[in-house]
Design a protein around this ligand. Structure first.
Ligand SMILES: Nc1ncnc2c1ncn2[C@@H]1O[C@H](COP(=O)(O)OP(=O)(O)OP(=O)(O)O)[C@@H](O)[C@H]1O
Ligand SMILES: [Mg+2]
Length: 450
């Protein structure tokens, strides 16, 4: 790996075609961006709220993302990927603080998530297919987390593919039968697809992989759109994998996080599901996308996925039509948010949101099927034990989660009018209080190197 300070970067969109998007430059510690006139005339907007189509130079807001526009900040790894790059450059004698966002983007190069790429490109990847041994990688990731500085850091950096998130992970190409896992091919072999595989962090329970898999199955049963998921490995060493939605075969798809879109730092939770649904409506202009966002809100709240920060929601752009859509869901797992609260509030309630706030959210956004959606989500969650058993979640974790997630809906008496109490079961359930009282993070904790 080499280090050359970067002051000028060219940005490309590698979608259906390769298009030059524009140039990024640093000047007096500020970050400047200028769209390429040809790209502007194509009419495609990569980040419509914060980076409008405008000729000439625009300057990033130094108060957020170190002055980088959110759409480019989305290309940067945080958490685990950032740690790997920091360790690698420090092994070359370069202090991590001297790396600017443009330096970091040059290390992303062509190997980032989504469809943006950057030149000069200092990223490294293997040209030959390298078969991966997941158990070995999980052990190596654990030694890095424990402070190891050795050559494995550079190897894991290559496998990370500039993905975001706190937990160790790799991007890889996986065969249809899931038996072959390789990294580094220029072109996807026939029958393979791009996947992401996650390993436990130091703070995770050993069965975090099976728990995330069980949650993915439960979300699917609740009607949440989620990519194909799989448990890789065997016995006690099992890892959660998810097919990537920013790749269709080898075609790259532009992806933008809610955090990047709204310039909202995911480390300081400030958003409400109200803002998420509104952003979805304005960006996609499609009520069915708002309904998908609403269903995800119901799932996260009722399944106690409280790590629902602004980077855990994304949008995808069809670069042929210019149409945006909410991406399939990801990172759905039993988790605690900051101080045990929901990271994303629901109609102002962060401490312990429930059905009442979800109903109010549905009403505000005119979600016609809100009651049906709540019911569907609740009945899937009521089957948690089945999903946990099928994924071989330990009995201890399964029982702990069962005690904290929303109970099944009370049976509705035939032809009976709803009483006010029945309309808001979560508000009167002792389980809701119990949840607030014992909000210790368990399956996924939040001390992270973000
Ligand atoms: N199926 C997918 N396809 C494409 N990108 C994905 C997919 N799943 C996750 N990602 C991207 O990878 C990032 C990290 O994934 P994920 O959120 O699951 O990891 P994590 O380490 O558990 O995150 P966190 O820090 O939120 O706990 C996401 O923010 C998203 O940008
Ligand atoms: Mg995440």
């Amino acid at each position: 790996m080499k280090y050359v300070p970067t002051t000028l970067l060219t940005v490309y969109l590698d979608g259906r075609n390769r298009q030059k998007v524009g140039r990024l430059a640093t000047q007096d510690r500020r970050i400047l961006f200028e769209y390429d006139p040809a790209f502007l005339s194509g009419g495609l907007l990569l980040s419509p709220f914060q980076l409008p189509a405008r000729a000439g130079t625009v300057i990033g807001d130094p108060a957020i993302f170190d002055g980088l526009f959110g759409v480019f900040n989305d290309s940067l790894p945080d958490g685990w990927g950032r740690l790997l790059l920091d360790r690698t450059v420090e092994s070359l004698g370069i202090p991590r603080v001297s790396l600017t966002p443009l330096d970091r983007l040059a290390y992303v190069g062509q190997h980032g998530m989504g469809a943006l790429s950057y030149e000069p490109d200092y990223s490294k990847t293997d040209v030959e297919a390298v078969p991966l041994k997941l158990d070995q990688l999980a052990t190596e990731a654990a030694t890095v987390l424990a402070g190891d500085q050795g050559a494995i850091v550079e190897k894991l950096l290559k496998l990370n593919g500039a993905s975001a998130g706190a937990r160790p992970k790799i991007v890889a190409q996986v065969s249809a039968d899931k038996k072959k896992i390789v990294h580094g091919l220029a072109a996807l072999p026939k029958g393979f697809a791009h996947w992401m595989i996650k390993f436990p962090s130091q703070l995770d329970e050993a069965d975090v992989g099976p728990i995330e898999y069980a949650y993915s199955q439960m979300a699917r049963a609740a009607g949440v759109e989620i990519p194909e998921t799989h448990i890789f490995g065997a016995n006690k060493k099992r890892y959660f994998g998810i097919k990537r939605f920013d790749r269709d075969g080898d075609r790259r798809i532009h992806m933008h996080s809610l955090s990047g879109l709204l310039h909202s730092d995911h480390r300081t939770p400030a958003l409400d599901y109200d803002a998420f649904l509104k952003a979805t409506q304005v960006l996609t202009k499609d009520v069915s996308q708002v309904e998908r966002a609403y269903r995800l809100a119901c799932f996260n709240v009722l399944a106690h996925n409280r790590d629902d920060h602004a980077k855990n929601f994304s949008y995808l752009l069809d670069d042929a039509s210019g149409q945006w859509a909410l991406s399939p869901a990801y990172d759905l797992i039993f988790s605690a948010g900051p101080n045990g609260e929901q990271s994303m509030m629901v109609m102002g309630e962060g401490r312990n949101p429930g059905i009442d706030q979800l109903r109010a959210l549905g009403k505000k956004h005119s979600i016609k099927k809100a009651e049906d959606i709540i019911d569907e989500v609740r009945s899937a969650i009521a089957r948690w034990k089945d999903f946990a058993d099928a994924a071989k979640v330990t009995k201890k974790s399964a029982a702990m989660i069962a005690s904290r997630i929303a109970p099944p809906p009370p049976p509705k008496p035939a032809n009976a009018k709803k009483t006010p109490a029945q309309k808001s079961p979560a508000a009167k359930k002792p389980a809701a209080k119990k949840r607030a009282a014992s909000n210790k993070p368990a399956a996924k904790k939040r001390a992270r190197e973000r």
